[in-house]
Design a binder for this molecule. Structure first.
Ligand SMILES: [Zn+2]
Length: 273
């Protein structure tokens, strides 16, 4: 599933494609949403926002199109007269002055006013967005120290969208490796300095991934690897999907264990704590 940085990059492209433009035609594939097609035609797209993995397309009539890609949803951008040939189900199409934004296969789509956004069953439970300009290390540390999260294993709490929204499986593995923390450690076992480093690296690696289209590995190391012919997928991570391969720091083989329902990759030597 795409994580916060991937969704934010798609939102940037969506903004370039249709942001600020008037909707000439809008199509909803789900029958329950068909009623909006005539009502949203002629609206201007004010801006595209994200909250964690949720996309919020804000319109000038006060309504917002909420969408969540989940596992299979995928945005596609093209000219309005050049829709792709695909067997995927088209769930949302926005045509604006010759440019189109198409969302395939997603089923989590809704048109909401501001009150409905606040009370929405998924959105209302989200914690602060990890890519938000206003979130701080202090803010994250404080949340870790709260009764609700202090006693939970980091491997589980990092992907809990109600804690901080936007981190998924690859980011949690990479953040924990970066800080040398075992996924089973709890915030209450960390001193203030360790917690500070953890919170800081959550922001740093998420921002780096956003800016580099998914590299969480040390940037110069990743570039060096790719220069040597290693593929982007094999160079981008410290530990994620690197089971049985040597750790870049210590040479120990990376291990994989299930945690919070997902495969968690870690270095048993670097992440002893
Ligand atoms: Zn290691």
């Amino acid at each position: 599933m795409p994580e916060g940085p991937e969704i934010r990059r798609v939102a940037d492209t969506l903004q370039e494609q249709v942001g600020g433009r008037i909707i000439d035609r809008i199509f909803f594939g789900l029958p329950r949403l068909k009623k909006w097609q005539s009502r949203l035609k002629g609206c201007r797209i004010e801006k595209i926002e994200t909250h964690g993995k949720a996309m919020l397309t804000r319109l000038d009539n006060g309504l917002t199109i909420y969408s969540h890609n989940q596992l299979y949803g995928r945005w596609f951008f093209c000219d309005s007269n050049d829709y792709p040939q695909t067997k995927r189900q088209l769930r949302l199409a926005i045509d604006c002055q010759g440019k189109s934004a198409l969302l395939y296969s997603a089923s989590e789509i809704a048109v909401l006013d501001d009150a409905e956004l606040l009370s929405h069953s998924f959105l209302s439970k989200l914690g602060p967005d990890v890519l938000s300009r206003t979130i701080t290390v202090k803010h994250i540390s404080k949340r870790f120290r709260s009764k609700k999260y202090n006693n939970r294993q980091l491997g589980g709490v990092l992907t809990d969208q109600s804690f901080i929204a936007g981190l998924g499986n690859y980011l949690r593995c990479e953040i924990l490796f970066y800080c040398g923390l075992n996924p089973k450690v709890r915030a209450k076992e960390l001193d203030d300095e360790q917690l500070h480093l953890l919170a800081k690296s959550m922001l740093h690696l998420s921002q780096q991934s956003y800016q580099t289209a998914g590299i969480t590995n040390h940037l110069s190391d990743a570039k060096k690897l790719m220069k040597q012919g290693v593929s982007f997928e094999d160079a981008r991570f410290y530990v994620f999907r690197r089971e049985a391969l040597p750790c870049y720091r210590c040479g120990t083989h990376i291990e994989k264990k299930m945690q919070a329902g997902q495969a968690c990759y870690f270095c048993p030597t670097c992440q002893l704590l």
